[in-house]
Every structure is written in structure tokens, then in C-alpha cells.
Unconditional design. Structure first.
Length: 138
């Protein structure tokens, strides 16, 4: 199940900053990456089963392995783990209210912390500054 309107969709940030902030909120990258993609997971074990909050990201430039990538975050998703098949993200899955509440709180905290490092906003500010500069004409 996708989690809508979290504010972290399309944030651009350095992978080392993301690793630090995500880890602080129990979202672990561990081995879930390749040279172009990352996945941050937070595992929940509750009486209804095992669930994962996942935040995916794609490198827009650089190399994840070299830790010099700029990552664009995607829409977060919650899935339920089924042994031995893996995680299912279907809309028909039942997600406990307490799980959804904690996921929303985690994503809100991550979004607040990432605002200062969002390269998308920095790029937009630079564009506005360029537009406001007087044009020279002959």
C-alpha cells in the first residue's frame, strides 16, 4: 500500500545524508541497494504479522557504491511479509491502525529533518534568483 502525501516524494539528497537521517529513524539501507537504487526499511513485528515500511530511492547522479550519489526519493510503501514468498504490497492487505500511525509519524519526522538537505528546493531557489537578476541589454 502506497502512503500518499508524505512530503518525502521527490526529495533529492546526498546518499550519506539520507543514510544518517534514515538510520536515526530506524529505516535501514543495509544490503538493499545497487549502483542506481536504494531501499530503506523499517521492520515491524506485531501480533498480526511482520510488516515493512519501505522508502525507495533512485540515484539521479553519482554512484551509490562510492557513496557519492544524489538520491531522489519515491513514494513510501507498506508491505506485509509472507514466508517464504516475501513482502506483499497489495491494497487488499490489512494493516493495523497502530502500524499506520507509527509509519506516518516516522515519515513526518524524516521529512522534517530532510527539509534542510533537500537539493530540489535549493535548485528551485537558484532558478528564482536567476530569474530576478536584471537582464543586460545593448
Amino acid at each position: 500500500m502506497y502512503i500518499e502525501n508524505t512530503g518525502i516524494e521527490n526529495i533529492l539528497a546526498d546518499v550519506t545524508v539520507l543514510d544518517e537521517i534514515m538510520t536515526k529513524h530506524d529505516l535501514i539501507r543495509a544490503g538493499q541497494w545497487d549502483y542506481e537504487r536504494v531501499t530503506y526499511d523499517k521492520k515491524y513485528v506485531v501480533k498480526e504479522g511482520t510488516y515493512y515500511l519501505r522508502v525507495f530511492g533512485v540515484a539521479t547522479e553519482g554512484d551509490v557504491d562510492a557513496r557519492d550519489a544524489i538520491i531522489q526519493l519515491k513514494k513510501p510503501v507498506i508491505g506485509k511479509y509472507y514466508y517464504p514468498f516475501g513482502v506483499e504490497y497489495g491494497e487488499e492487505e490489512h494493516f493495523p491502525a497502530s502500524l499506520l500511525k507509527d509509519c506516518a509519524a516516522t515519515l513526518k519526522a524524516v521529512n522534517e529533518e530532510l527539509k534542510a538537505y533537500n537539493l530540489t528546493v535549493a535548485a528551485e531557489v537558484q532558478e528564482v534568483k536567476k530569474e530576478k537578476q536584471p537582464a543586460l541589454t545593448k
